[in-house]
Design a protein around this ligand. Structure first.
Ligand code: MBD
Ligand code: FE
Length: 288
């Protein structure tokens, strides 16, 4: 774990402000929500807050501590982290209710679009002497009838063996452990990378403060992030996990599903695993 590139100076504020900047520059918001719906949703959320205050007799001291903390979440740039850890899993649950193909899960705060294109037999960018267990991740993209989807675009990104993501922790090359892979004519792909470490929510920011004040733990199990897209099909955003990780059963972000746990096997010089993605067509029932 003690390697020269370990970003000892990774801070919540630096990683958070990168995530906030990325989010505000990359995402387009199509706010087609009617005033009636906005009103319904806002009222219900506020009612839940009011009920909590009444039920627990929340004091002025606690109210002021909350106010200060909410201000800190923004100052630390941790709104993307807070929302993706504690809220996104339910958004994903509702969005994917009617999906027939592969399960997905939350995107989280560390996706960056347009990673280098690496073909169908890909080697993710690593540093010289990149630490960890070499992993060959391979599989096939198909439709729900099992037909291979050629030219499917698989975006993959993940943490290094210290649990840090490129572009969100200092001292890591821009596209380290990120890439855009394209399936071959039969839908097959191969990706060579290094197994990621579990991810710890920064302990020095507002989210870390909430975790320690509540006596929770800050861990996510080790995971690979992926987005899989093919024309005429619904894109899947997902994460894949490793068996035996202590936090598969109590992920702080509640994003593990049994279908998302890989079954890697030991091979000479590392591990190998096969995982297939089944994409629903865009014409099958889709929730707005
Ligand atoms: C992560 O790496 C992540 O995947 C999520 C969902 C939240 C915080 C950090
Ligand atoms: Fe992650």
């Amino acid at each position: 774990m003690s390697i020269d590139h370990a970003p000892e100076t990774a801070t919540a504020a630096a990683s958070g402000s990168n995530a906030t900047q990325r989010f505000t520059s990359d995402k387009q918001f199509a706010a087609s929500t009617s005033p009636e719906r906005v009103s319904t949703l806002a009222r219900q959320v506020l009612s839940a807050v009011h009920d909590t205050i009444r039920e627990h007799g929340v004091t002025y001291d606690e109210y002021n501590a909350l106010k200060a903390w909410l201000i800190n979440v923004g100052q630390d740039g941790e709104w993307p982290l807070f929302l993706d850890v504690w809220v996104e899993h339910v958004i994903e649950e509702v969005a994917s209710e009617s999906r027939e193909g592969s399960k997905g899960t939350i995107e989280g705060p560390y996706y960056v679009p347009a990673a280098p294109e690496l073909g169908h037999d890909a080697v993710l960018p690593t540093r010289e002497g990149e630490q960890g267990t070499p992993l060959l991740f391979q599989g096939r993209v198909t439709d729900t009838s099992g037909q291979g989807l050629g030219g499917a675009v698989i975006e993959i990104w993940h943490a290094d063996s210290d649990g840090f993501y490129s572009q969100f922790a200092p001292g890591i090359p821009e596209w380290n452990l990120r890439g855009t892979v394209t399936s071959d004519a039969d839908g097959h792909f191969r990706i060579r990378t290094m197994r990621p470490a579990p991810y710890q929510i920064p302990t020095d920011g507002a989210c870390g403060k909430l975790i320690s004040a509540a006596g929770w733990h800050p861990w996510r199990p080790a995971h690979l992030h992926l987005k899989v897209a093919a024309s005429g099909h619904q894109q899947i955003t997902t994460q894949l996990y490793f068996p035996g990780d202590a936090h598969n059963d109590d992920d702080v972000a509640d994003a593990v599903k049994p279908e998302l746990i890989l079954d890697p096997r030991d091979v000479d010089g590392g591990q190998e695993v096969t995982y297939d993605f089944v994409l629903d067509s865009t014409t099958s029932a889709q929730k707005a």
